[in-house]
Ligand binder design. Structure first.
Ligand code: NAD
Length: 260
């Protein structure tokens, strides 16, 4: 049977590479994005999230095999919280019912190694509570100081979504329904999101100070797509709530032995 997958953020970067890889393997992929996708939806808004679920349900006939929540922003702005956390949760929760008839249902979220960077605890707490009004208003305050607090918006959104995956994956909703739910934490990947940040050797070196990648440096989106495709594929039967760092070694450098 041909697998049907949903990829958010399918118009660019990691989402585009994942869609293309899955399609090259004969899968059917329903892409979701702000533009240039099968389903046009803005995942920062409730209406957009509802439109995403409705659009996918209509195009898939109500049954999908894998959900890849890839869409994201890295700006020091409230929209980053809205799409990276609430948009990803809405994608996974909204499409979970469509996974239930699959013989091999899978769900994967793209978090980031930035989840290991310093975060804003009040924002992470609001995200953990699922309080979008409080989270967006905290992000508004943070965005007014882009060089200090503002830059913690992205890492906070990614810390919170990684924690959400860990909390949710072993529950009846996911593991209990035989759906492996996992996340990945990429290091620096050459996409539109990072194009300016790695546009000169100086800028790239400065970024690699924060995100050390001793193994092969900055990666291409295709490398990430292959990991995502495995996590969303039939051979992944027992990974549950893992955050897999595809980061050229930054997790190993930054956290070392401290994870045990
Ligand atoms: N590039 C990196 O170095 C890197 C590192 C770690 C994690 N990530 C994560 O990978 C994911 C993909 O990023 P990328 O590097 O491919 O960036 P990208 O900018 O190339 O692609 C992101 C896609 O998400 C879409 N998107 C953004 N806001 C949206 C919204 N409100 N509704 C629907 N779609 C929306 C964009 O239109 C775009 O097509 C993101 O979650 C990002 O945080 C990227």
């Amino acid at each position: 049977m041909t697998r049907t997958s949903v990829v958010t953020g399918s118009a660019s970067g990691i989402g585009k590479a994942t869609k293309e890889l899955l399609e090259s393997r004969g899968e059917r992929v329903i892409g979701v994005d702000l533009h240039g996708a099968d389903v046009t939806a803005d995942l920062t808004t409730e209406q957009g999230r509802a439109a995403m679920v409705d659009g996918v349900r209509e195009l898939s006939g109500g049954a999908v095999d894998a959900v890849y929540a890839v869409a994201g922003l890295s700006q020091p702005a409230p929209a980053t919280v809205a799409v990276n956390y609430f948009g990803a949760v809405a994608t996974l929760e909204g499409l979970r019912p469509l996974l239930l008839t699959s013989a091999a249902p899978r769900a994967v979220v793209v978090s980031s190694m930035a989840a290991l960077h310093p975060v804003d605890e009040p924002l992470v707490a609001a995200l953990r509570a699922g309080d979008e009004i409080a989270a967006l208003s905290r992000a508004e305050v943070m965005a007014k100081e882009p060089e200090s607090l503002g830059r913690l918006i992205y890492s906070s959104s990614k810390r919170a979504i990684s924690q959400w995956v860990r909390r949710q994956a072993p529950t009846a909703l996911w593991a209990g329904a035989a759906i492996p739910l996992n996340a990945i934490g990429p290091g620096i990947i050459a996409t539109a999101m990072t194009a300016d940040l790695i546009s000169t050797e100086e800028k790239k070196a400065a970024l690699l100070e924060m995100v050390p990648m001793p193994l092969n440096g900055v990666a291409e989106a295709e490398a990430v797509a292959h990991l995502l495709a495995w996590l969303g594929g039939v051979h992944n039967t027992h990974l549950c709530g893992q955050v897999i760092y595809i980061d050229g070694g930054s997790d190993a450098v930054i956290r070392g032995d401290s994870i045990w």
